[in-house]
Design a protein. Structure first.
Length: 277
């Protein structure tokens, strides 16, 4: 009668020798953390489905606000660089309305209601949560921004040949403003304060982004340079010229992209800080 070695497979599982070590490693090993891009896509789709309910009121309010501002400014501005600034600023204001105002409210309410605890239990990178929510909210600004730009060009008799630059302005300005809006909502101790900060940020984008820069005092122009969306507005406004300087346009878009990376990094840090409290 032969003796069965201790490390022979019994029922498909090794019970002895080196098998015990392998089994212990398998049991003790945790599930790998989700990769960034699949996590980002999952959060984006979930947030997109959630925000879709309020899509029509959101688009109407944001677009109506920007078109109304252009109508008011039509009685003050006739044309030239001032008209270009008004149309570009009003178009980007649609993005600011969602990215600063609504996103700050969303993250403020999410923190107050304990929604961050749900995300903290998932193996999802914090940056994926911030970028997914920001991207979903910013996606709804595309139709309103395009409609505002077209209406503004018709109203102020500006060329529409270079409206394609909005394909770069919307995501870059949206990233910069969304990161700031998310950070405001996550850092605010109360949801009411997050709402207030978001509205103040949108008001700053309205006053500093729509009004022509050459009519502002020096200190206000300095504050305008600190606003993340300014460089997206400048890049879009420059394309209305007869011969746009594309190197300067690319420089403005590059600055806007750099500010977007910095603001999203700030929002990610704020998310980690809020999630562990």
């Amino acid at each position: 009668m032969s003796v069965v070695p201790a490390d022979v497979l019994q029922g498909g599982v090794r019970v002895g020798g080196a098998g015990r070590d392998a089994e212990a490693d398998a049991v003790g090993e945790l599930a790998p953390r989700a990769r960034f891009l699949p996590s980002l896509a999952a959060v984006y789709r979930a947030q997109l489905s959630r925000a879709r309910v309020a899509r029509i009121p959101l688009l109407f309010v944001a677009t109506f606000q920007s078109v109304g501002i252009m109508i008011l400014m039509r009685g003050v501005v006739d044309g030239g660089s001032e008209a270009q600034a008004v149309v570009a600023g009003s178009s980007v204001l649609v993005v600011a309305f969602v990215a600063l105002n609504l996103l700050a409210q969303y993250f403020g309410q999410l923190r107050a209601a304990g929604g961050l605890d749900h995300y903290a239990t998932l193996p999802v990178p914090p940056a994926a949560v911030v970028l997914g929510a920001a991207g979903a909210y910013a996606s709804f600004t595309v139709p309103g921004t395009v409609v505002t730009a077209v209406v503004g060009c018709v109203m102020f008799q500006l060329p529409v040949a270079h409206l394609w630059v909005l394909a770069a302005v919307i995501p870059l300005a949206g990233a910069a403003l969304s990161g700031l809006g998310a950070a405001l909502g996550l850092l605010a101790p109360r949801p009411e304060l997050a709402t207030l900060l978001g509205q103040l940020g949108m008001s700053a984008a309205l006053l500093l982004g729509v009004l022509p820069a050459d009519r502002m005092p020096g200190i206000i122009q300095f504050a305008r340079d600190l606003l993340p969306s300014t460089y997206g507005v400048e890049a879009f406004a420059r394309t209305f010229g007869a011969h746009p300087d594309w190197s300067v346009v690319l420089l403005d878009l590059g600055v806007c992209a750099a500010v977007g990376v910095a603001s999203l990094a700030l929002a990610t840090w704020a998310y980690r800080r809020a999630a562990v409290r």
